[in-house]
Design a protein around this ligand. Structure first.
Ligand code: ADP
Ligand code: 5GP
Length: 223
């Protein structure tokens, strides 16, 4: 896939399959389908990297260490907190989760955008550390559907599912300060909307560069 960023004044200005150092923060009530949607997104959009968080929770069946999370003990996590290794960290549903500090300059120079899958507390903390992240909140179509998804995932006890649902009710109240809210009804639709947001944000970030490039071309051809 290649993104055409500008076709201003008749000059094609193309940027191939690259990110521009943007940070996208995606939050959702647990069980909404965030992991599923983000995995599909990563397959379809180039120049995107998933920030692998550290967690003290145990892996679910099928989850891979270093890919879904870096699974660590409480003592290792504590040491990392003390060493200020996290951009943010939070206790979510009884476990600790932390985002490693990204090297923003390196990401930009490598043409990478980063996706942070973090909860609403983490997003608030990250806002203080990162310049202009793009905040996206994913919603399930209803609480009933969320319950069904949690049941179908077969990863939690009934008690844990109840706990996740009561947290979801509170968590949704935080959605209003996000830039975008997407309902994950059909997966394909949610992925398309996320892709549109990413492309629009990239266009916005490179706006000045596009205009400068065009100006040079105007001067060369018509000057
Ligand atoms: P989260 O990462 O938000 O906790 P998951 O990605 O683990 O959620 O998804 C929870 C369950 O819902 C999984 O069984 C997944 O296959 C299913 N799921 C995700 N998105 C959809 C969707 N749009 N429609 C139906 N089922 C979905
Ligand atoms: P799960 O255990 O279902 O994978 O994730 C539970 C919750 O933890 C989700 O809301 C997820 O977004 C959040 N989470 C995952 N990684 C991080 C992180 O690094 N920091 C914070 N604050 N939350 C995280």
């Amino acid at each position: 896939m290649s993104f055409v960023y500008g076709s201003v004044c008749g000059f094609e200005w193309e940027m191939r399959e690259k990110g521009v150092g943007l940070i996208f923060i995606i939050s959702a009530p647990s069980g909404t389908g965030k992991t599923t949607v983000v995995k599909r997104l990563m397959e379809q959009v180039s120049g995107l990297r998933f920030s692998v968080s550290y967690t003290t929770r145990l892996p679910r069946p099928g989850e891979k260490d270093g890919e879904d999370y870096d699974f660590v003990s409480h003592s290792v996590f504590k040491r990392m907190v003390e060493g200020k290794e996290f951009l943010e960290w939070a206790e979510v549903l009884g476990n600790c989760y932390g985002t490693p500090r990204p090297d923003l300059k390196k990401l930009e120079s490598e043409g990478i955008d980063l996706i942070l899958d973090i909860d609403t507390q983490g997003a608030k903390k990250a806002l203080k550390e990162i310049d202009q992240p793009i905040l996206i909140y994913l919603l399930p179509p209803s609480l009933k559907v969320l319950r069904e998804r949690l049941m179908n995932r077969s990863a939690d006890s009934l008690e844990m599912i109840k706990f996740r649902l009561s947290n979801a009710r509170r968590d949704v109240d935080e959605a209003h300060w996000y830039h975008y809210v997407i309902i994950n009804d059909r997966i394909e639709d949610a992925v398309e909307k996320l892709k549109s947001i990413i492309i629009a944000a990239r266009c916005r970030r490179v706006k000045d560069r596009v205009l400068e490039e065009n100006k040079k071309q105007w001067e060369e051809k018509d000057g």
